[in-house]
Write a new protein. Structure first.
Lengths: 225, 135
């Protein structure tokens, strides 16, 4: 699979290394000559010194045959313009943009960039996750909340302690995916019992997550609408 | 008529002052406060300091009621981004961007952004003047 990376900073050069190791055909484009030389010394790959928003440079990098393009420079406007060119001029199948300022994510989506990655937001979320001591929390979000993976920690006050999976009164839009017990993953069936210190993983949507959280944390009516 | 000008460099500031003196409602955006100061106290338009393609900054500068937007920063990528945001998110009726690097004209064209190309214009004018002298 042919892919193009634009931007040779920490993210770009590490991505280049990873993709190379996995056997991808990768070309990296970077403006700064010094940085290009440094990367060329470290990694044996195709490196083009040039402006990633220049049509000729993208052409030289083989964008016509590329399956994937990742714009990971430190400037949001540059990443946006690259993805727009890739889409409008070269009809590339998949483009991913790094968004430096989380405030710009909505703009990227509104302008039709297929996928965005915001390192600032990812790091903030990871830190928040570490601080979050809720017994029920979101671990991963897919498709902007259409599907979420949630984790329920079983402490001595948890209503699910010692319950069997088949006896849990779960909402319809929800499935138990797995249980982590002593660092091992169990693929829970109806007759699996939930024990102390288990971590139960469920696939659901955002609205149902709030219902489950509400049920586990307050003594309210089960899954009130 | 309400006009939003993005970029308060030589071109942006001159255009802003000129249009404001002719009775247009002008808002001008620049991320650098010093650039906005060059306008002087006589300028009666709105000055907004901030990132040029930021939603909130553009809304502060009245993009929702703007009849026209001029993208005149010295950076092509910023001009393209601002023009796309104005067109696709705020549906501004008329958008014109300044080309800095003539090689980037193809990028503006492929994204259907109306442009002016000062380098090309200057070259054309110079050529005409030289030819006049030769006649």
């Amino acid at each position: 699979m042919k892919s193009i990376i634009i931007g040779g900073g920490k993210i770009g050069s590490n991505l280049l290394k990873t993709l190379k190791e996995r056997g991808y055909d990768v070309t990296l484009i970077e403006k700064n000559e010094e940085i290009c030389r440094k990367i060329a010394n470290d990694i044996e790959a195709d490196i083009i010194c040039g402006d990633g928003t220049d049509l000729d440079v993208l052409h030289d990098a083989g964008i016509k045959n590329a399956d994937l393009l990742a714009a990971v420079t430190g400037k949001d406007e540059e990443n946006l313009v690259i993805c727009q060119i890739a889409k409008m001029e070269f009809q590339i199948k998949k483009s991913i943009a790094r968004v430096n300022n989380p405030k710009n994510i909505a703009m990227f989506n509104a302008l039709g960039v297929d996928q965005t990655v915001c390192s600032t937001e990812v790091i903030a979320n990871l830190i928040e996750y570490e601080f979050d001591r809720d017994i029920c929390k979101i671990v991963q979000t897919f498709d902007r909340g259409e599907m979420v993976l949630i984790e329920v920690t079983i402490n001595e006050n948890n209503r699910w302690l010692n319950c069997f999976i088949k006896d849990l009164k779960l909402p319809a839009e929800c499935v138990v995916a797995s249980i982590l017990r002593n660092g091992q993953s169990l693929y829970a069936r109806g007759d699996t019992q939930i024990l102390l210190d288990d971590r139960v993983y469920l696939i659901t949507n955002h609205a149902t997550f709030l219902k489950i959280k509400n049920y586990l944390q307050s003594g309210g009516i089960p899954y009130a609408k | 008529m309400y006009i939003t000008i993005v970029g308060c460099g030589r071109l942006g500031s001159m255009l802003a002052e000129n249009l404001a003196n002719n009775g247009y409602d002008i808002a001008i955006i620049d991320r650098n406060a010093k650039n906005l100061e060059t306008l002087g106290s006589g300028f009666n338009g709105l000055r907004v300091k901030g990132v040029e393609f930021d939603n909130d900054v553009l809304i502060d500068a009245g993009i929702k009621q703007a009849d026209c937007l001029i993208a005149a920063t010295p950076f092509d990528n910023i001009n393209i981004t601002v023009a796309l945001v104005a067109k696709k998110i705020f549906s501004v009726p008329r958008i014109i961007a300044k080309i800095n690097d003539p090689q980037k004209k193809r990028v503006y064209d492929s994204l259907a952004i109306e442009t002016i190309n000062p380098t090309e214009l200057s070259a054309y004018i110079l050529k005409t003047r030289i030819e006049e002298k030769l006649k």
